[in-house]
Ligand binder design. Structure first.
Ligand SMILES: *[C@@H]1O[C@H](CO)[C@@H](O)[C@H](O)[C@H]1NC(C)=O
Ligand SMILES: *[C@@H]1O[C@H](CO)[C@@H](O)[C@H](O)[C@H]1NC(C)=O
Ligand SMILES: *[C@@H]1O[C@H](CO)[C@@H](O)[C@H](O)[C@H]1NC(C)=O
Length: 238
């Protein structure tokens, strides 16, 4: 350790004594042409390593708008589809919700028993619908859209608010939903407050089921939260 530091000091000393650290010399024309040649060489050989500065049009963020077939006005649609998820009583398998495209490219059929991908259904009716949420969606399947907002670099879902913080723009807002608490576990997602059905079918086919979530005071501090209230959410970009 001390040998190393000593060596470092020696090297530093030698470099500072013999190294050409004066800066006030003038460049001769031939110096300049060497510099130009080297610059040209570096420029052509390293071009591929240069970071491309993206234009404001190239950058963007994507998010899923759950419950809608369209994207908000200022976002472009990447694709629209149907919400998929694991069967509500399965113990294993996926716990996230998927936005499955309407134009899938399907693999080959096989008989292995792990049939773990189902369509999602709204389980939201007049007995549990958050304010303004259409109760007529009960048992209907759920659409989704993958949206891209150009010119933004951050996207954030906030559970507990329906409006975004200063400097952020709301893409959509709605209600926090997930699988029912006694069924298998799934993610919380932000369902659009103006959700629509996938189509007109409403047979109770089951699958992955969406229920609204309400706040429970205790470990969750009240105030600021409020017991038994529907949990609002917003998707914000900046
Ligand atoms: C409403 O939804 C609840 C919760 O899923 C369910 O228990 C109840 O049977 C439903 N009622 C009607 C009228 O569909
Ligand atoms: C549902 O049915 C109505 C009347 O048949 C039709 O106008 C509408 O487009 C259908 N909606 C969907 C989502 O298929
Ligand atoms: C919240 O509501 C539940 C159900 O109504 C009740 O049992 C519980 O005591 C309430 N908690 C608080 C902190 O008010």
């Amino acid at each position: 350790m001390s040998t190393f530091s000593f060596a470092t000091v020696i090297v530093a000393f030698v470099v500072s004594t013999y190294g050409h650290d004066c800066t006030k010399y003038s460049l001769t024309p031939s110096d300049q042409s060497i510099i130009d040649m080297m610059k040209h060489y570096l420029h052509t050989s390293r071009k591929a390593d240069c970071p491309v500065t993206p234009s404001k049009q190239d950058i963007g963020v994507t998010y899923v708008r759950w419950g809608k077939k369209t994207c908000p006005e200022k976002s472009d649609i990447v694709y629209t589809g149907q919400v998929g998820g694991n069967y509500y009583t399965n113990k294993g398998g996926g716990s996230n919700w998927l936005c499955l495209p309407n134009d899938p490219e399907n693999g080959k059929a096989y008989s292995y028993s792990n049939d773990g991908l189902y369509g999602a259904e709204y389980q939201i009716n007049s007995s549990n619908n958050p304010s303004g949420f259409p109760a007529s969606l009960y048992d209907k399947e759920v659409p989704c859209s993958v949206c891209r907002r150009k010119g933004k670099v951050s996207v954030l879902m906030i559970a507990g608010r329906t409006s975004c913080y200063k400097g952020w723009k709301s893409e959509y807002s709605g209600f926090l939903v997930s699988e029912y608490k006694s069924y298998n576990s799934k993610d919380f997602i932000c369902m659009d407050g103006d959700a629509e059905p996938l189509d007109n079918r409403s047979s109770n086919e089951e699958g992955a089921l969406f229920y609204p979530v309400r706040a429970k005071c205790g470990s969750l501090r009240c105030p600021p939260y409020k017991n038994n209230t529907e949990v609002l959410c917003a998707v914000c970009t900046k």
